[in-house]
Design a protein around this ligand. Structure first.
Ligand code: PMT
Length: 403
């Protein structure tokens, strides 16, 4: 994730400072070369020797700053940095960084670096909620710094609240999802992504739906955003949080989805339909809750076909626009996938086998076979939906570049 990247980890005074050692190790495992700047407060909790041993590099502290070694240490470290992470960031460090103070080695390095910056707060819940800290958080965000949200749970003080340091693995995952080093292959492009399972109402309290969690579509929207696209995510109800920097359009039924897609598609460069769309909907939607009656042992529900959105999109598609579909298949993946690609005039189709419980609907992993319009196919390994989405977005960028 961070192959060959130079990461400077700024560690400040917090009970969680020892976890920064685990974070340094996890960042190294993700491919980064790590160097550490320690504040005087941090040195009360952990020693520079711990980090020097872990990173196999000198640690910048107030004691080692301005040695007569012929170099300006904070500038040398700032220039070396590809990504600056302040973790744990105490309330005091956040105040320093938000106000541009450079009165110690760690804050001077931070101020001097032009690299992307991430702050991972850790503090007492009252300090986190204090208006001054929230002002500083807002200032950092306005300055383009990514501030992760601290966890809620048991604090060192013995009571629960928000302010806990995130677990190192979670920090690495969240920073990875920021897509800081992803090539901007979709800069200037508008991409529409659909996600989740549509709901077809029977009455005010009942609906027909499917197992889609929305994870695949949200991963595609995130990957497109990371590649620099302006992204509109049209989503059926899910339990997921909105991806950062994406315009979210909530919908419920296939009819809503069709309207939302068809009205926006003319302004888009690409459309990726990852939503699991109902093929049928109740012919009549009852105004009131359907009652069970004593004289009826069965209830017959009549369904009618929904609009095929991708087929309607095909009728208004311009030559330079790219359309991508998914095919959820339980048998004959390639044959059925290729037929859908052809019937819906797609540039690319991702076929997934939804009869398997370890991929497809709901889980975090998937495996797809990409089918191109010229019939070429390419099967991915089983891997995370995040990586499948990135592979799909790479293909969308290539298609747009060649149209
Ligand atoms: O959401 P997750 O839990 O992460 O699961 C991911 C997924 C399995 C839902 C996803 O990977 C997937 O396969 N999505 C497409 C599901 C689907 O509706 O497949 P389909 O084979 O029925 O439809 C083919 C294509 O036509 C799809 O792109 C679909 O969005 C589109 N379609 C379908 C019906 C319809 N009326 N209009 C459409 O445009």
């Amino acid at each position: 994730m961070f192959e060959d990247k130079h990461i400077t980890l700024t560690v400040s005074g917090s009970v969680a400072a020892y976890k920064a050692a685990l974070l340094a190790r996890d960042l190294q495992r993700a491919g980064a070369e790590v160097r550490v700047a320690l504040t005087a407060g941090a040195a009360q909790f952990v020693t520079a020797e711990t980090f020097a041993a872990l990173t196999k590099a000198p640690v910048l502290t107030d004691e080692t700053w301005w040695r007569a070694n012929g170099q300006i240490d904070h500038i040398e470290l700032a220039d070396w940095t590809d990504l600056a992470i302040a973790a744990p960031a105490s309330a005091n460090l956040m105040a320093q960084l938000a106000n541009g103070l450079a009165d110690d080695a760690a804050s001077a390095t931070w101020l001097a670096t032009a690299a992307p910056k991430v702050v991972v707060p850790a503090m007492n819940t009252h300090m986190w909620q204090a208006p001054a800290t929230q002002r500083n958080r807002q200032q950092l965000v306005s300055d383009g710094v990514h501030v992760l949200t601290p966890a809620t749970g048991q604090l060192a003080e013995g009571y629960a609240g928000q302010g806990r340091f995130l677990e190192p693995a979670e920090i690495v995952a969240q920073i990875g999802q920021l897509g800081l080093f992803v090539p901007q292959t979709l800069a200037g492009k508008h991409v529409i992504v659909t996600a989740g399972g549509t709901r077809e109402r029977l009455d005010p309290v009942r609906f027909l739906t499917n197992d889609s969690s929305g994870k695949m579509g949200y991963a595609v929207a995130t990957a497109a955003r990371q590649a620099g696209a302006d992204v509109t995510l049209i989503t059926a109800p899910t339990k997921l949080s909105s991806p950062a920097g994406v315009t979210v359009v909530p919908i419920e039924s296939t009819t809503d989805l069709a309207q939302a897609v068809l009205s926006r598609f003319p302004q888009a460069d690409a459309l990726v339909m990852a939503a699991a769309v109902a093929d049928f909907q109740p012919e009549v939607v009852a105004d009131q809750k359907i009652k069970k009656t004593t004289d009826n042992d069965e209830f017959i529900l009549k369904l009618k076909k929904t609009p095929d959105i991708l087929k309607e999109v095909a009728t208004i598609k311009r030559p330079k626009q790219v359309t991508v579909g998914f095919a959820a298949e339980t048998q004959n993946l390639l044959v059925n996938g290729a037929k859908k690609l052809h019937d819906k005039s797609l540039d690319l189709l991702a076929a997934n086998d939804v009869s398997r419980s370890d991929i497809g609907f709901n889980g975090d992993d998937n495996q797809v076979t990409f089918i191109m319009a010229d019939g070429v196919t390419d099967q991915t390994p089983k891997t995370s939906k995040t990586l499948i989405a990135q592979a799909l977005i790479d293909r969308v960028a290539q298609l747009l570049a060649t149209k």
